[in-house]
Design a protein around this ligand. Structure first.
Ligand SMILES: *Cc1c(COP(=O)(O)O)cnc(C)c1O
Length: 425
């Protein structure tokens, strides 16, 4: 794999013309951020100025293969032509109405998304965290109105190691001290059980349980894939307990794992599915709760809303995303290239990789701590022209756009091998 040549970059200039370039160098721009930008991120030292497909270019014109894809918000690559065209067309016509009025894009978006997921109804929101918050509200309301839980008593069962977003309610049930400490008081009503443990889940369910909320694969935790049978088990336990199964597919959904939804690997249909990230095509924030009519139907006018949720620009881009996924091409690519990713990482076992987990074009790679932290490995990969992001400790996550070619993927794996074996050029 060491011999892989750097794949050909897209021909010609892409994106902004040189006249649009920042008038400061990467180093100057990084320094300029420090006093004026809140320090809630610690980005790798690269300043991206334009991008196309799987390639991004920095201020100085250096090119990098994007193996993070905006945490799966860029499943179709940067500026996919069909998505950019849909956005342009909509920008020229209508961008925002608020839900005080109907808009002529929303029906098609909701029909498309319901059809794609096999569910009935759509609640459009903007960010992933809003979809999670919305699902929590819907589940609680459903528990009181349909299940008959006494008012104020509903519980939602979540899994240890979860990541569902950053709001005060969501960090209330996180067990990551960095995400949580200093932000209390927290929202009550959540119970946490170990992930991938059906017995613990079963023991946590009772007559107060409104829902079980889990990620079908835990992304931020390091792409943790549960044992076969876990998702089907969650479906069966929630059915028996008379509570909802809410699957957070914000990162795992929309083609990433080789299926439209990760729950399809176990032929499971949750009551509510949360989508975000790739739903906005890497152009606008678009999220949604998609669910059964008897569940989402508990919401009545005025009980929940969003100024931007379901706006016509979001709906136009979201519909174009649905159309791409309806072809099945992206799911197929993720499955086929996922096998290449899997065998490439397997070949690095003992060469610096201590464990790896792959589902579709999504991998968590545990690096021998003796080689360096995930951050250090990410910085060395950056110098090799590959963008990745560490999660915890010595784990890096790979999630390239689903449009990546086999050559490009093999080139990235070769770069990883060089970094792990200390043979960088
Ligand atoms: C990213 C993510 C969220 C939060 O999405 P935001 O758009 O950042 O609010 C929620 N759940 C999962 C699984 C995610 O990966």
């Amino acid at each position: 794999m060491t011999a892989a040549a750097r794949p050909t970059d897209p021909a010609g200039p892409v994106g902004p013309t040189p006249a649009d370039r920042a008038d400061r160098s990467s180093a100057e721009l990084i320094r300029a951020e420090e006093p004026v930008l809140a320090h809630n991120y610690h980005p790798l030292p690269v300043v991206v100025a334009r991008a196309e497909g799987v390639w991004v270019e920095d201020v100085e014109g250096r090119r990098y293969l994007d193996m993070l894809a905006g945490y799966s918000a860029l499943n179709f690559g940067h500026r996919h032509p069909a998505l950019v065209e849909a956005a342009h067309r909509q920008l020229d016509r209508l961008t925002l109405t608020s839900r005080a009025f109907h808009n002529d894009r929303l029906a098609a978006f909701a029909e498309g998304l319901a059809g794609l997921t096999g569910l009935d109804m759509v609640l459009p929101m903007n960010t992933g965290a809003e979809a999670v918050e919305s699902a929590i509200k819907v589940a609680r309301k459903w528990a009181y109105e349909v299940k008959g839980v006494p008012d104020g008593q509903a519980t939602i069962v979540v899994a240890g190691g979860n990541f569902h977003g950053r709001t005060t309610t969501i960090v209330s049930f996180s067990d990551d001290p960095v995400a949580r400490d200093g932000f209390g008081p927290f929202t009550p009503g959540f119970r946490s059980v170990p992930y991938n443990d059906l017995a613990a889940l079963e023991a946590a369910l009772d007559e107060t349980t409104a829902a079980v909320l889990i990620e079908p694969i835990q992304g931020e935790a390091g792409v943790l894939i549960p044992d076969d049978g876990y998702l089907a088990g969650v479906r069966e336990l929630t059915r028996r307990a008379g509570c909802l199964f809410v699957a957070d597919e914000i990162q795992s959904g929309l083609g990433r794992t080789g299926r439209t939804l990760a729950v399809e690997h176990e032929s499971v249909l949750p009551d509510l599915v949360l989508l975000g990230k790739a739903l906005g095509g890497g152009i606008v924030p678009v999220s949604a709760v998609v669910g059964r009519r008897d569940v989402l139907g508990v919401l009545r006018p005025g009980e929940h809303g969003s100024t931007f949720g379901g706006n016509p620009l979001a709906a136009a881009v979201g519909s174009a995303v649905v159309a791409l996924l309806e072809t099945g091409e992206y799911q197929r690519r993720a499955a086929e290239l996922g096998a290449v990713l899997e065998s490439g990482l397997a070949a690095l076992a003992g060469k610096g990789v201590t464990a790896h987990r792959v589902r579709g074009l999504w991998a968590g790679v545990d690096v021998d701590p003796a080689i360096g932290t995930g951050r250090a490995v990410s910085e060395r990969l950056l110098r090799e022209g590959v963008l990745v992001k560490d999660t915890h400790g010595s784990t890096i996550r790979l999630a390239p756009p689903l449009t990546i070619t086999r050559d490009e993927l093999e080139w990235a794996l070769a770069a990883l091998e060089k970094v792990l074996t200390g043979t960088e050029g």
